[in-house]
Design a protein. Structure first.
Length: 241
């Protein structure tokens, strides 16, 4: 069994959350493959719950009820090399955690949550991408390229905030890998180079998935989480009957 933590404040008004309920339904192909989800609201995240899962997915739907716990979950995934996927808000907070904890930008902020902040690195997009399909260009020699193929892809967004491009150089210098950009050169996917699988996308791959056909980014995340589950089982030794 592979267990995925879905971190976000579950709401029926968030399309991503509704789609994930469908993808993880008992009759869906994911369940038949031995992959199950445990939903954690942002204010319920703790070290004990994270230690029980094989992969961490931080979902859209920010601002979160308890942002600090969400950032703590991202730190946990990065430090312990737990496979991680962040979509939309999860991508934004992956960048925020990396900026603060790794790149030394300790005052970095998210403008949606703190519009008065002096140093926001997550800022309003020039053009909102709410319910929009658009093109991204995946960079070669990235996890994204291994899964999607390098080059141009159509993706689906429900998002209004992204990375301030002025922060990109500092994040890259600290070990962030830019995995995809849009036609204007703005960052749309990023990876933490020191981790086996720590990937964020501003677009929402769950909206491009059905219960019988998952987006390649989600498939890659599940494979990485499955490898973690297998390693943990080996480490536990034989299971008593």
């Amino acid at each position: 069994m592979t267990t995925i933590a879905l971190i976000g404040d579950r709401r029926p008004s968030v399309r991503s959350h509704v789609r994930l309920e469908q993808l993880f339904a008992p009759e869906a192909s994911v369940a038949a493959r031995g992959i199950r989800a445990t939903w954690l609201s942002s204010d319920a995240v703790d070290l004990e719950s994270l230690a029980e899962v094989d992969g961490i997915w931080v979902l859209p739907g920010s601002p979160y009820a308890d942002r600090d716990r969400v950032l703590g979950a991202i730190t946990y995934a990065r430090v312990h090399d737990v496979p991680f996927l962040g979509s939309c808000g999860g991508f934004q907070h992956l960048l925020l955690e990396f900026a603060r904890s790794v790149a030394g930008l300790t005052s970095a902020e998210h403008a949606e949550e703190h519009p008065e902040a002096a140093h926001p690195i997550i800022v309003p997009l020039t053009c909102s991408l709410v319910d929009e399909d658009a093109e991204v260009i995946v960079e070669p020699s990235t996890i994204a390229a291994d899964l999607l193929g390098a080059g141009r892809h159509q993706v689906s967004y429900v998002c209004s905030y992204g990375l301030d491009q002025r922060a990109t150089a500092a994040l890259v210098a600290a070990g962030l890998r830019i995995a995809a950009r849009d036609a204007a050169g703005e960052v749309r996917m990023a990876e933490v180079a020191s981790c086996r699988f720590m990937v964020g996308s501003l677009f929402q791959p769950e909206l491009m998935s059905t219960p019988d056909a998952l987006h390649p980014l989600i498939e890659g995340f599940f494979v990485a989480a499955g490898a973690t589950s297998a390693q943990a089982l080996v480490g536990r030794g034989p299971v008593d009957s």
